[in-house]
Structure formats: structure tokens, C-alpha cells
Write a protein that binds this ligand. Structure first.
Ligand code: GDP
Length: 197
């Protein structure tokens, strides 16, 4: 799949307003500031494709990007983990996210982005558990890998791979850096696998 051909399709205020549940889609999720927008822009080589609202507590939209191939989509889920978001809103978001993972038939895989310096926070783990529970494969991208020297990147990668075995599901872990254009083939390969299936 040529991800450079991705184009913005629509924004949805919540999971119920997404396009019809047909075809194939892959969702991108992560704590806010994990580097999710950057990874989408790097993958598609479009600097302005994905943008995030950095305002804590503001209603964030789900962005839908269409691929050139018929009925194939990338879904950019709102970032989570803002400290200042009211608890009720957090719980609502968690409920709708777990529902999406559980009920969305066209969802083929989940990419979870984590800053390599702060990986596997509680919500990241919850998300992976929900995905594994419903048999959804997960690709964990350790983003901003350029923040570490290559030796430390590899050590961190092995550590998180080892820890991910505990999920007992289809969980793959790779290094990623938008700055250094690192990890793009690994990401594209996984998306191809999921979207062509
Ligand atoms: P999002 O909130 O998850 O969408 O994160 P963004 O993509 O907006 O990135 C959050 C911050 O991390 C921004 O200041 C980016 O410039 C920075 N960032 C994103 N990717 C990288 C990367 O690969 N390397 C480095 N060093 N910084 C990055």
C-alpha cells in the first residue's frame, strides 16, 4: 500500500460517528505527546496530515484518513493521559475506546505509540490488554528512539519485547523515530499485512 496516497476523510466526535463498519481499518493510539501525529505524517510523508489539539480537556476528534485502496482507512484516535482531564471524561473515553476495540468489525490492528523514555504506562497496558482480549494484533512503536543512543535503543527494545510476552497475545514491538525516519519499513509491513488480509 502506498501510504503517501493517504488523505484526510473526516473527523468524528465519537466512535459512533465513524464511517460505516465495512472494509479494513487500523487505529493509531497513544498518550498525548507520544508522537502519534508525527508518526502518521512520517508514514504518509505529508507534514500537515495529522494534527493534535494540545489543549487538555478539550473535546478531541477522531480523524479518519482514507487510503487509495478501496475501503481501507487509518484511524487517528485522540491522545489519552492528560493529567488535567476530569475523571468522568477519562472514564467515558476509556469505555468508548474499549467498545470500539471490541465491536468494530473492520478493525484489523492497533498501533500503540509510546515515547521510548516513558513506555508502558498504565493506560498503554490497559489498551493492549483490551486489544489482546478481543484477539486484535498490536504493534507497539517506541517513538522518539533518536533520544537514545543505538545501544540503549536496542536494550530498551529487548526489555519491552520481553515485558510484552506477559500480554500473551499478538504484540510486536519496534523502534520508531520520525526525526530520523527510523522504523518506517517495519510499520508499513505490519499495516500492509493487516490491511491486505
Ligand atoms: P502526539 O500528541 O502524540 O500527536 O505527538 P506529536 O506528534 O505532536 O509529537 C509530540 C512532540 O514530540 C512534538 O514536540 C514533536 O516534535 C516531538 N516528536 C515527535 N516525534 C519525534 C521524534 O521522532 N523524535 C524527536 N526527538 N521528537 C519527536
Amino acid at each position: 500500500i502506498n501510504y503517501r496516497k493517504a488523505s484526510f476523510f473526516t473527523s468524528a466526535p465519537d466512535i459512533r460517528k465513524l464511517p460505516p463498519d465495512t472494509g479494513y481499518e487500523v487505529a493509531f493510539a497513544g498518550r498525548s505527546n507520544a508522537g502519534k501525529s508525527s508518526s502518521l505524517n512520517t508514514l504518509t510523508q505529508q507534514t500537515g496530515l495529522a494534527r493534535t489539539s494540545k489543549t487538555p480537556g478539550r473535546t478531541q476528534l477522531i480523524n479518519v484518513f482514507n487510503l487509495e485502496e478501496e475501503n481501507r482507512r487509518l484511524i487517528d484516535l485522540p491522545g489519552y493521559g492528560f493529567a488535567k482531564v476530569p475523571l468522568a471524561m477519562k472514564l467515558k473515553w476509556q469505555k468508548s475506546l474499549s467498545e470500539y476495540l471490541e465491536k468494530r468489525e473492520c478493525l484489523r490492528g492497533l498501533v500503540v505509540l509510546m515515547d521510548i523514555r516513558h513506555p508502558m504506562k498504565d493506560l498503554d497496558q490497559d489498551l493492549i490488554y483490551w486489544a489482546v482480549e478481543v484477539g486484535l494484533p498490536v504493534l507497539v512503536l517506541l517513538t522518539k528512539a533518536d533520544k537514545f543512543k543505538s545501544g540503549k535503543q536496542k536494550a530498551e527494545l529487548l526489555k519491552i519485547r520481553e515485558a510484552s510476552l506477559a500480554f500473551q497475545g499478538d504484540v510486536t514491538v519496534e523502534l520508531f523515530s520520525s526525526l530520523k525516519k527510523q522504523g518506517i519499513p517495519q510499520l508499513s509491513r505490519k499495516l500492509d499485512e493487516w490491511l491486505n488480509a
